[in-house]
Write a protein that binds this ligand. Structure first.
Ligand code: PHE
Length: 341
C-alpha cells in the first residue's frame, strides 16, 4: 500500500515539475484531485479495506492528498509569477517613442471661404436669406427678365426637372423671392448650391454662389463699387483693387463683370491671372427696372444693385487652386492644408 502511495506521489512530482502553464496545471490537478482523480480513487477504495487497517489507510491517503495539493499550490504560485513576468516583457512600452498624434478635422475650404464671405457682408449690414435649390422656371428665369425661348437661356446650361421646374442655375432667383415679400430698404445675401450642365477644369456641374442684393432709394453703380472694394479687401488683402467691365445680364442694366487684382502677383501678371494682373470674380449690375416691377417695387422710387459671386472661383483665387475638381475630390492631403497647423 505504502508503495502505491509513494509511486503516486513520485509521478505527481514529476508531472507537476514538467508543467508549463496554469492551464496545464488545472487539467493535471483534475487528474489527481478531481472527483474521478487518482487520489480521490484511493479514498473511495477505503470501504474495501479491512476495518482494522482502515484508520491507518485513511491517514496515509490524507497525508498524500495534502502533499499533492501542496505540490500543485507551489507550482501554481511559481507559474503565475513566471507568466506575469512574461506578460510584462511582452506588453512593455517603449517610453522613448513619439506619442500618437491626435488629428483634428477641419472645415472644407469652400466652407471656410463661404463663411468668410458671409461674415464680410454681415459686417456691412447684410442679412442672409436661403432660397430653394429646386426652383420654378418663373423665379429662375422669367421674373429675372429671361422669358421662355429668350436667347439668354443658352448662357446657362440648365438641368430641367420638368417644363416648369429646374435645378437653379444661379442664386439670382433669391432676389425675386425676397423682393416679392419684403419692401425696401433691402440688403440681403443669398448663398447656396447651383447647377449647370458643365464639367471641366474650371467648371463643375454643381457649384456654390452667393447672391447680394441691395434695394433702396438712390442706389447706383458707385454703391456697388464701394461695397465690392470693401469686400475684396476683407477677403484677400488691403491692397486688392476691383475693376468693372461692361457686360450683359438680362436682370441687370447696366451689367458689369468685376475683376480683382491677382492675389498671386498683385497685378504684375502671372500664370494664375494669365499674365493680365486681373482675375474675374463676379457678375453684377444695377437691378433691371423690369425685375423690380415684376416684384411689385416702384422702379421710379427705388433702385437696386445685385451681384453673384462664385465660391469656388473665390476659393481658387484666394488659395491659388488651379483645378476646380480638386475642391470636390475630397483628397485629405489637399483638405488638411486648410486646417490648424
Ligand atoms: N446670376 C449671374 C450668374 O450666375 C450673376 C449675376 C448676379 C449677375 C447678379 C448680375 C447680378 O452668372
Amino acid at each position: 500500500m505504502q508503495d502505491k502511495v509513494n509511486l503516486l506521489l513520485e509521478n505527481a512530482k514529476k508531472e507537476v515539475a514538467a508543467l508549463q502553464s496554469s492551464r496545464e496545471l488545472a487539467d493535471l490537478k483534475v487528474k489527481y484531485l478531481g472527483k474521478t482523480g487518482e487520489v480521490t480513487a484511493l479514498l473511495k477504495g477505503m470501504k474495501d479495506i479491512p476495518s482494522e487497517k482502515r484508520a491507518e489507510f485513511g491517514k496515509t491517503v490524507n497525508v498524500l492528498k495534502e502533499q499533492v495539493a501542496a505540490l500543485f499550490e507551489e507550482k501554481a504560485t511559481a507559474l503565475k509569477k513566471e507568466e506575469m513576468l512574461k506578460s510584462f516583457e511582452k506588453d512593455a512600452v517603449d517610453i522613448t517613442l513619439d506619442g500618437k498624434k491626435v488629428s483634428f478635422g477641419n472645415l472644407h475650404p469652400l466652407n471656410i471661404v463661404r463663411n468668410k464671405v458671409i461674415d464680410a457682408f454681415i459686417g456691412m449690414g447684410f442679412e442672409v436669406f436661403e432660397g430653394p435649390e429646386l426652383e420654378l422656371d418663373y423665379y429662375c428665369f422669367q421674373a429675372l427678365n429671361i422669358p421662355k425661348d429668350h436667347p439668354a437661356r443658352d448662357m446657362q446650361d440648365t438641368f430641367y426637372i420638368s417644363d416648369n421646374v429646374v435645378l437653379r442655375t444661379h442664386t439670382s432667383p433669391g432676389q425675386v423671392r425676397v423682393m416679392e415679400k419684403k419692401k425696401p430698404p433691402i440688403k440681403i445675401l443669398s448663398p447656396g448650391r447651383v447647377y449647370r450642365a458643365d464639367d471641366d477644369a474650371s467648371h463643375s456641374p454643381m457649384f456654390h454662389q452667393i447672391e447680394g442684393l441691395v434695394v433702396d432709394k438712390g442706389i447706383t453703380l458707385c454703391d456697388l463699387k464701394g461695397i465690392l472694394d470693401e469686400f475684396v479687401q476683407i477677403m484677400f488683402d488691403k491692397d486688392t483693387k476691383t475693376r468693372l467691365r461692361p457686360s450683359y445680364f438680362p436682370f441687370t442694366e447696366p451689367s458689369v463683370e468685376v475683376d480683382v487684382t491677382c492675389s498671386e502677383c498683385h497685378g504684375k501678371g502671372c500664370k494664375l491671372c494669365k499674365g493680365t494682373g486681373w482675375i474675374e470674380i463676379l457678375g453684377a449690375g444695377i437691378v433691371n427696372k423690369k425685375v423690380l416691377e415684376n416684384c411689385g417695387i416702384d422702379s421710379d422710387e427705388y433702385s437696386g444693385l445685385a451681384f453673384g459671386l462664385g465660391i469656388e472661383r473665390t476659393t481658387m483665387i484666394k488659395y491659388g487652386v488651379p483645378d476646380i475638381r480638386t475642391l470636390f475630390e475630397n483628397d485629405v492631403r489637399f483638405l488638411k492644408q486648410f486646417g490648424r497647423k
